[in-house]
Design a protein around this ligand. Structure first.
Ligand code: PBG
Length: 435
């Protein structure tokens, strides 16, 4: 008899032997261990071939009174009616409260929300939000070198060699069900210029890397960053005029060429992070004109001029040479303005709307979620990542729990997908693998 079963869809490349379920896929591990199959791995393995995992409670042997006396249903009923009630365990005694506990009549409450939180099984049943490796996009830094260079301000992150370290990292991520990445290039200074033309060099670092990745992992989903800052000798996302003004329409022209070069190389989703006006529509037109109707646009719709980007700029050595990004990125004090950006991006044909940073901007994620039917992305940026890493290293917080909680909160606020440097680490946790 099958007493209970649960089916979880898991990514095809999750190693079945390492699958462990906890609260983040809606099933508490304690439930599994205490009440259900103590050894789920056999049925897990069998079913992994179909990309689904089935756990059957029936694997646990039932040790209760199974001895049959050969009585018919009618005889059993008659025995009970005659007062011969069969034995069952007694009602458990009322657990004692510590001495000194005040004695009182209970509060006359018609609703006690704690009832639905009473046991792990009840909590799992009523969990509203889930987090899966399929929701995560892994941002990766690449460079021309062969070695992986650690990034000081982002413990655990590296500038990966595009031909070696990158491939290993991508393959590790795929093993735990993270099959989406976004690429950020560290461009040699000698290739940077005021107009950032290297951004659309079809043999540049990013297009070359996309071609290599698509060759090795054809079903990998590749997101690209569309902005001039890694290629600009000024470290700005757009072309800088003599008087310091960031030139909008001229920059958009460059961004279109950059997006087309990335699409030609095989990018699945181009992601303008520059915050110029009108770039989504212009990029859509440029992609379509070149036959890339199938390439999606994830627009950084509400990208704020945030100090949480500090570690990222160190990683790419892309700090603005002068000034700040406040004439194009949004003022962190603004809420309504995100709606203006949302309606523009929707009208211009964006496929996904992104909010950045993540955790300090949960209200903006919720605002976009409630005002658009498009998928919403949240970017847990470098500063957010590094704060959790630092707090964990100093033993001030439990790094892994805070990581998973922060990701779950971004999902609860309304994000469908999350760009996070924790993607691999979180994917491992969600699959029950330890570091
Ligand atoms: C630039 C870009 C930035 C990030 C992603 N794309 C930095 C910036 O706007 O200065 C930041 C990501 C992070 O901090 O993790 N186009």
């Amino acid at each position: 008899m099958v007493a209970a079963s649960i089916v979880l869809i898991s990514p095809c490349n999750v190693k079945s032997s390492s699958v462990k379920f906890d609260g983040y896929v809606g099933l508490k591990q304690t439930v599994l261990v205490n009440s259900w199959s103590p050894k789920p791995s056999s049925s897990v393995q069998q079913n992994c071939r179909r990309n689904s995992v089935v756990i059957r409670a029936s694997e646990t042997q039932f040790n209760g009174p199974v001895k049959k006396l050969g009585l018919s249903d009618a005889e059993c009923e008659a025995a009970v009616v005659a007062g011969n009630v069969p034995e069952a365990p007694p009602v458990p005694p009322k657990p004692a409260a510590p001495s000194g506990t005040p004695v009182m009549t209970s509060l006359p409450l018609s609703r006690r929300p704690r009832r639905n939180r009473r046991t792990p099984a009840l909590r799992a049943a009523f969990q509203e939000t889930t987090l899966s490796p399929a929701n995560l996009v892994y941002p990766l830094f690449i460079h021309e070198g062969e070695e992986d260079t650690p990034i000081g301000a982002m413990p655990g992150c590296y500038r990966l060699g595009w031909r070696h370290g990158l491939l290993e990292e991508v393959s590790k991520a795929r093993d735990v069900g993270v099959n989406s990445i976004v690429l950020f290039p560290k461009v040699p200074d000698a290739l940077k210029s005021p107009t950032g033309d290297e951004a659309f060099n079809e043999n540049g670092l990013v297009p070359r890397t996309i071609r290599l990745l698509k060759d090795k992992f054809p079903d990998l989903v590749i997101y690209t960053d569309v902005a001039l800052d890694p290629y600009s000798s000024d470290g700005h996302d757009g072309i800088v005029r003599e008087d310091g003004v960031i030139m909008n329409d001229e920059t958009v022209h460059q961004l279109c060429k950059q997006a087309v070069a990335q699409a030609k190389a095989g990018a699945d989703v181009v992601s303008p992070s520059d915050m110029m006006d009108g770039r989504v529509g212009a990029i859509r037109t440029a992609l379509d004109a070149e036959g890339f109707q199938h390439v999606s646009i994830m627009s950084y719709t509400a990208k704020y001029a945030s100090s949480f980007y500090g570690p990222f700029r160190e990683a790419l050595d892309s700090n603005p040479r002068f000034g700040d990004k406040k004439t194009y990125q949004m003022n962190p004090a603004n809420y309504r303005e995100a709606l203006i950006e949302t309606s523009e991006d929707e009208a211009e044909g964006a496929d996904i709307l992104l909010v950045k940073p993540g955790l300090p901007y949960l209200d903006i994620i919720r605002l976009l979620r409630d005002n658009s039917s498009l998928p919403i992305a949240a970017y847990q940026v470098s500063g957010e990542y590094s704060m959790i890493k630092a707090g964990g290293a100093l033993k001030m917080i439990d790094e892994e729990r805070v990581m998973l909680e922060s990701l779950m909160c971004l999902r609860r606020a309304g994000a469908d997908i999350i760009l996070t440097y924790f993607a691999l680490q979180a994917g491992r946790c969600l699959c029950g693998e330890k570091r």
